[in-house]
Design a protein around this ligand. Sequence first.
Ligand SMILES: Cc1cc2nc3c(=O)[nH]c(=O)nc-3n(C[C@H](O)[C@H](O)[C@H](O)COP(=O)(O)O)c2cc1C
Length: 310
Amino acid sequence: MTHRAQVHCSVQVGSVQLPNPIMVASGTAGHSTELSAYLDLAKLGAFVVKSLSAEPWAGNPSPRLSPVGTSMINSIGLQGPGVTAWLNTGYQALRGKGVERIVVSIWGRTVEEYAAAAALLADAPPEVIAVEVNLSCPNLDGGAHLFAHDPDLSAAVITACSVANRPLWAKLSPNTHLIPQVADAVASAGAEAVTLTNTLLGLAIDCSTRKPTLAMGGGGLSGPGIHPVALRAVYDCRRAHPNLPIIGVGGIGNGEQAVEFLLAGAHACQVGTATFADPRAPLRVLEELQRWCDTNGVNDVRELIGESHG
Ligand SMILES: Cc1cc2nc3c(=O)[nH]c(=O)nc-3n(C[C@H](O)[C@H](O)[C@H](O)COP(=O)(O)O)c2cc1C
């Protein structure tokens, strides 16, 4: 006998209501309907678009993806069509598949570039329910260190992105001990939530060629190996900011790993690298989360949020 239909799955992330807590992670499900042959995108909590800049961007040279054990390293370099082209094509295709909740991720290399991408979303249709600001980008105005490693710069980007006229989610980097301080700064600047985390800086070397596996040298590590790192970031951030909504992302491949993020303090989760091995992974994770709740007498996923803190 199953009671699964009775598990209440709807969650609130700031002012945004989601019918369930499982989304795809930016950059791992394309810009639009690339995965729709495998995955009913309309059933996700929300579809998160790969990061877009104001202008089209070619990304990095190949090779830009490489397996590392059960994890993965990439240096795609934020390839994308730009916000305007996406609104005219990618957005339309998602609507054609019945997708009603879209989170657009944006990036830039200067505060002005972030603001330009955000401004292009000011008149986007209401299905664009939030803008996720990918702060793991090098700041060309300041020695190329990542915005997300600097609380003041991160706050400046979020302030500049208010022109998008949507709820802002700030996506932070795990490669700093300043995560709670950056979270504090972006929340004060107007972010409704933080997404934790982006990829971990890494490198893989091919012993046969004696060279890095990626054309750019290093890249971002994702997948099962970073799950405890992202979980710790969520846990620490929840402890420092109990009222700040968090979206947990990093190495989720099954329902229990999503439960772990909720227990650590996340209000919702994103599934990324697991999708490369199993394009159905995000909805499978949702089913497994529902089954876990059913088996463990949890009627409402919101009961789990932050429970590990006692
Ligand atoms: C191939 C690839 C491309 C990615 N592109 C983006 C991106 O455009 N914007 C972004 O914010 N994160 C990007 N990410 C990071 C993911 O959204 C996610 O934060 C990270 O991979 C950790 O989650 P995972 O272990 O479930 O993949 C990318 C990750 C991968 C593997």
